[in-house]
Ligand binder design. Structure first.
Ligand code: FES
Ligand code: FES
Length: 165
């Protein structure tokens, strides 16, 4: 039995010490917003915060998490979707399939905490998450919008209509 603090609540969990935190969060705490992508710390789909720092939870064993450490998942970023990133994500219609997006938002939230007005280079260096749908341009625009960069008020999305005749 171990104790973990997730989104402000302490949970008693029962898992082998080498169980990745990702599976403890999903299967024991019941928070399924954090996704499994690669399982080898490459894609970022499983990103959560530990004491505010982004961590790839698929590669972090439960035994490495101390009860005093504060874990934040996508469910804990805000209670009502009011985090500036969540609002920007909706306004710019960022997700495609959506699978990678919790991890993207958590990585972006950590970046904005560290650098409230990130440059393109900051974003490229910090957001190493992989999106198979290729939403990278919209992710970047949404991060800038959430950061209050008024130069990115909107992102033009061109819809191509093909004639069937
Ligand atoms: S599932 Fe953790 S980095 Fe891909
Ligand atoms: S939105 Fe589909 S993988 Fe990123």
């Amino acid at each position: 039995m171990a104790k973990i603090n997730v989104n402000g609540r302490v949970h008693d969990v029962s898992a082998e010490p080498d169980t990745p935190l990702l599976w403890v969060l999903r299967e024991q705490v019941g928070l399924t917003g954090t996704k499994y992508g690669c399982g080898v710390a490459q894609c970022g789909a499983c990103t959560v915060h530990i004491d505010g720092a982004p961590v790839r939870s698929c590669a972090l064993p439960l035994a490495a998490v101390q009860p005093s450490q504060k874990i934040t998942t996508i469910e804990g970023l805000s209670h009502d979707g009011s985090h500036p990133l969540q609002k920007a994500w909706v306004q710019l219609d960022v997700p495609q399939c959506g699978y990678c997006q919790s991890g993207m938002i958590m990585a972006a939230a950590a970046l904005l905490k560290d650098k409230p007005r990130p440059t393109d280079a900051d974003i490229d260096a910090s957001i190493t998450n992989i999106c198979r749908c290729g939403t990278f341009n919209r992710v970047r625009a949404a991060i800038k919008q959430a950061a209050g960069d008024t130069r990115v008020a909107s992102l033009d999305i061109v819809h191509v209509h093909r004639s069937t005749t």
